[in-house]
Design a protein. Structure first.
Length: 138
């Protein structure tokens, strides 16, 4: 496909995450589950709400720095599976989706997307199987 001029358009990125609780954390040290889970348990301290977990620990998320320029909406995390677990559970599979705030796509070259955010900061990122670009309605 030949390079073509692109008319800038509004879009968002969607990140599809498949991980484990242990791999969720960027510092890879041994996890004290009692301490980690104590911050996000229900009233009787028997289950962990994983939406609250993701929101609370977003800065510790292993992909946070890689996708920091996307300004992901951790507070609106969705398609979480499982939704909750027992505090007795240790490492388990976790999947969820995050959308970015709207961006303006400036250029697409192969799988590399150059975009500007609401503060007009220009960044580039490569799309992967887990990161998709979705055009917003005009």
């Amino acid at each position: 496909m030949a390079d073509q001029l692109l008319i800038p358009f509004k879009a968002k990125f969607t990140l599809n995450v498949k991980t484990t609780i242990e791999k969720f954390f960027s510092d890879k040290k041994e996890i004290d589950y009692n301490t980690v889970f104590s911050k996000v348990t229900n009233k009787d301290n028997s289950t962990v709400d994983l939406k609250n977990f993701i929101i609370y620990y977003e800065l510790s998320f292993y992909l946070y720095s890689k996708y920091k320029n996307l300004n992901l909406k951790f507070h609106q995390v969705y398609d979480i599976s499982p939704k909750s677990v027992s505090v007795k559970d240790k490492d388990f599979e976790l999947s969820f989706k995050l959308d970015s705030f709207p961006v303006k796509v400036l250029q697409i070259v192969g799988s590399t997307i150059t975009f500007s955010n609401s503060a007009d900061k220009v960044s580039s990122i490569d799309l992967t199987d887990d990161l998709e670009l979705i055009e917003l309605a005009r």
